[in-house]
Design a protein around this ligand. Structure first.
Ligand code: TXA
Ligand code: MG
Length: 345
């Protein structure tokens, strides 16, 4: 299929026409990629099961993984669920529109394949002006996973979407690079307290400023055990670069030692590290991710995509502090990694 490409210019009216064209395709049951403040989304009318099926097909996504329904307003959000607990009202007030997704009891308005047959639906109000305009004009809930081929790093530019999905979807709206770089925080709001199912753009620390207690789904911590020198079998591989990724927990010298070890096996070594660490290391290819965790979050996925099979044999990545937005970064890195080594004595 031919994939339309709309490049937004920031000239209000011209952009508006392009967004209207995209909405027309969505209303016809087609699939269109669009920018959000977190990563690019692959959208379809969430009330149209046939349209939603096209998302799964284009991405090669397993059918049992439910999608997030995106809406423009809190009123629209309330139209998809049976109830909104008091603490969710406060969270919405504080963080929406923004990079947070609420899992709430579904009222069945969204198609069954959006929720993968669950009794709950995940809903988010994105903050990005293009996403928001698209949702406003369409008036629809738009089901949208990240706009990447399943298993690959999420797209933070329209070019990433093009690489993965050209010929497989009806259109791509290019609104420039996304900002946060990590997906939204997914919060289960069906219990007495919010439970973080996926760390993301809104941090646990931020949530705790609004509600008394925030729980974390134990599954998130998988594979972090510091007692183990190596944690193999990080089962759910995701966000994966073309070559194996090894996480190294330790100081600059420990990381350099690991690079040298791999080089001795005549491997070409790529490195991902904070800018400060990166400038002290020597390897075949080094990508400095940024000066702080927010920058590292913004740049991580593009960096993971940059390492190509014909250029490096292995990527070594620094382990970052598991707090604030770092919790999302480490969650993604653990899922992307083949193994993790702890070098601290
Ligand atoms: O920032 C984001 O959230 C991006 C942008 C496009 O909005 N979207 C995104 O979608 O990351 P996706 O499909 O890549 O991730 C959605 C996550 C998955 O981990 C899925 O299992 C979970 O949300 N999820 C969706 N519905 C759920 C439900 N009813 N219960 C529990 N988890 C759910
Ligand atoms: Mg995804």
């Amino acid at each position: 299929m031919e994939t339309k490409y709309w490049h937004l210019t920031n000239h209000q009216e011209a952009d508006e026409d392009k967004i209207i064209e995209a909405v027309q395709l969505l209303k016809q049951g087609e699939v269109v990629a669009f920018p959000t403040e977190t990563v690019y989304g692959l959208g379809a009318d969430a009330t149209n099961a046939i349209a939603v099926e096209k998302i799964f097909k284009a991405k090669g996504r397993p059918q049992d993984n439910p999608l997030i329904a995106h809406v423009a307003t809190k009123e629209q959000l309330s139209q998809l669920v049976t109830e909104i607990p008091k603490y969710v009202e406060r969270l919405i007030e504080a963080f929406s529109p923004g990079p947070i997704t609420y899992v709430l009891p579904s009222n069945g308005i969204c198609a069954k394949n959006v929720t993968a047959g669950l009794s709950t639906v995940a809903v988010r109000i994105p903050e990005h002006p293009v996403a928001n305009r698209l949702l406003q004009i369409s008036g629809l809930p738009i089901a949208a996973p990240s706009a990447n081929t399943s298993g690959k790093p999420s797209p933070t530019t329209a070019l990433h979407v093009k690489e993965d999905l050209t010929g497989k979807i009806a259109g791509i709206i290019d609104g420039g690079a996304t900002g946060v770089g990590m997906e939204s925080t997914v919060v289960d709001c069906t219990q007495d307290y919010p439970v973080i199912l996926r760390p993301g753009g809104i941090t646990k620390e931020q949530l705790e400023q609004v509600v008394d207690k925030v729980l974390i789904d134990p599954a998130i911590r998988n594979g972090t055990s510091k007692e183990l020198p190596k944690s193999p079998g990080m089962k759910y591989k995701h966000y994966s670069p073309e070559v194996p990724l090894l996480l190294v927990e330790g100081d600059v010298q420990a990381i350099q030692d690991q690079i040298n070890e791999d080089k001795m096996q005549t491997k070409k070594v790529g490195v991902l590290a904070s800018s400060r660490t990166a400038e002290q290391l020597q390897a075949d290819e080094i990508i400095a991710l940024g000066n702080n965790m927010a920058e590292i979050a913004t740049n991580l996925y593009a960096a993971l995509r940059k390492f190509k099979q014909d250029e490096v044999d292995i990527i070594i990545c620094e382990v970052f502090p598991d707090e604030g937005i770092g919790a999302a970064v480490m969650n993604r890195l653990r899922k992307a990694a083949d193994s993790m080594i702890t070098k601290n004595e």
